[in-house]
Design a protein around this ligand. Structure first.
Ligand code: AMP
Ligand code: GLY
Length: 430
């Protein structure tokens, strides 16, 4: 298919990177993003949408009539946007609501992994505070308490003592932790090791791996302080050797896709396997059912082939069955890195509307691209509009060089209260 119109749903750094990659496809001639942000607006048409409203999302698709809709964030997936679009005969990249349960319910994901012998930490699913109190007796500290539902990276509490775990459980059930009460939680064994984000493209039957990446979830340097959506990421081939990548396909990714198909919810789109490489071998910490943010900014900087091939292969439609086995994904050798610039106060509350300067100077740094995460245009100027504001990203032959380019570009940018980690990639450089 050529001369395509593509609609991307979302408005963060991940979507900016996806739109940026689609811009380079010779077969895409119209690119729309809903709602987008100030950076995306420079390379695509942005249209407003309320992402928490299925009706509004459907309105935008009906108005735009794209040949392909690409869904960036988890919220529209959890609302069943893919199901609705497929029922209308439309081509869409992403999993159905049932398939997205791998991300939208941690209890579902854990029980699914148990049913299909996929390696993961020991756990208990609890439906009440009393159940959590009883189950806690079977665990040792430190341990991890996780809210069942979507929580934008804030639903996981690492607890050094059982008292802390009880407090976290209380906070999940009474709504103090996330602002809304959850009806379920997962208690989990604490795992130690290196984390790797292993993303695979899925067509419902087959999987094809992307290059691996590593996220930096904590706000503070040296991995301290509270969890965030991700403060930076890098990608190198060294993160996973080919034998380990094959092992992960055979023991994690393919069993997930086979298991979901066998359970009547074939998985299409991106399966993001968040792994802990432990002394007992790799274990799944979580699944996401979409591209990661900021991993996508780093990973797509290394993509050397047409992203449209990937997206279409994983978006089967009646006339065109797709198939991720039939495409070639080419990657630049070497490395890439993405550094997030965040608002003061993030991951807590922050003040939006701060003027951002230096974006033009940063764009002059060869090899670097500034992806916008949370920005808006006010009186013709670019201002902050989110906790995570920018993802300054670069690719180069070595990680050291990629980091140095990204930090050089970031050094040109300023907004009041800007915070970023100076140690992205530190584990690989050790
Ligand atoms: P999740 O959203 O489940 O990936 O959890 C967010 C982060 O919490 C992960 O990226 C890990 O850094 C940490 N985490 C989650 N589960 C565990 C665990 N069982 N042991 C140690 N750290 C964990
Ligand atoms: N970077 C982690 C995520 O996208 O959930």
């Amino acid at each position: 298919m050529s001369n395509m119109k593509v609609l991307v749903i979302g408005g963060g750094g991940r979507e900016h990177a996806i739109v940026w990659a689609l811009r380079r496809s010779s077969r895409v001639n119209e690119l729309v993003c809903a709602p987008g942000n100030a950076g995306i607006a420079q390379i695509a048409t942005c249209v407003p949408v309320q992402q928490s409203s299925l009706q509004d999302l459907l309105r935008v698709v009906a108005e735009q009539q794209p040949d392909l809709t690409v869904i960036g964030p988890e919220l529209p997936l959890s609302l069943g946007l893919v199901d609705e679009l497929r029922q209308r005969g439309l081509r869409v990249f992403g999993p159905t609501k049932d398939a997205a349960q791998l991300e939208t319910s941690k209890a579902f994901a854990k029980e699914f992994m148990q049913r299909h012998q996929i390696p993961t930490a020991h756990y208990a699913v609890c439906d009440s505070f009393q159940e959590a109190t009883d189950a806690l007796k079977l665990f040792h500290a430190p341990l991890v308490v996780k809210a069942d539902g979507l929580a934008a990276g804030k639903g996981v509490v690492i607890c050094q003592t059982k008292d802390e775990a009880l407090a976290a459980a209380q906070g999940i059930f009474d709504g103090m932790l996330l602002g809304v009460a959850d009806r379920k939680l997962v208690l989990e064994e604490f795992l130690e090791g290196e984390e790797v984000s292993f993303l695979v493209l899925c067509d419902g039957k087959h999987v094809a791996p992307l290059v691996p990446a590593q996220d930096h979830k904590r706000i503070g340097e040296g991995d301290t302080g509270p969890n965030t959506g991700g403060m930076g990421a890098y990608s190198t081939d060294d993160l996973l050797d080919p034998a380990m990548s094959d092992w992960l396909i055979a023991h994690v990714a393919q069993p997930v896709v086979d298991g979901m198909a066998a359970e009547g919810a074939p998985f299409t789109g991106i399966l993001y396997c968040g792994l802990m490489m432990t002394a007992r071998g790799p274990m799944v910490l979580e699944f996401n059912t979409r591209f990661g943010d900021p991993e996508t900014q780093a990973v797509l900087m290394r993509l050397d082939s047409d992203i449209l091939d990937m997206l279409l292969a994983a978006s089967p439609s009646p006339g065109e069955p797709g198939g991720v086995g039939g495409i070639e994904m080419r990657w630049k050798p070497g490395a890439s890195a993405c550094i997030i610039a965040a608002s003061a106060g993030y991951p807590g509350s922050y003040t939006p509307g701060r003027a951002i300067t230096g974006l033009d100077a940063a764009a002059q740094v060869a090899g670097a691209v500034v992806f916008h995460s949370g920005t808006a245009t006010a009186d013709g100027a670019c201002v902050t509009a989110g906790g995570r504001v920018l993802g300054v990203t670069a690719a180069a032959p070595t990680l050291q060089q990629a980091l140095s380019l990204a930090y050089q570009a970031l050094g040109k940018i300023h907004f009041e209260g800007m915070q970023y980690r100076r140690d992205i990639g530190h584990r690989a450089l050790k």
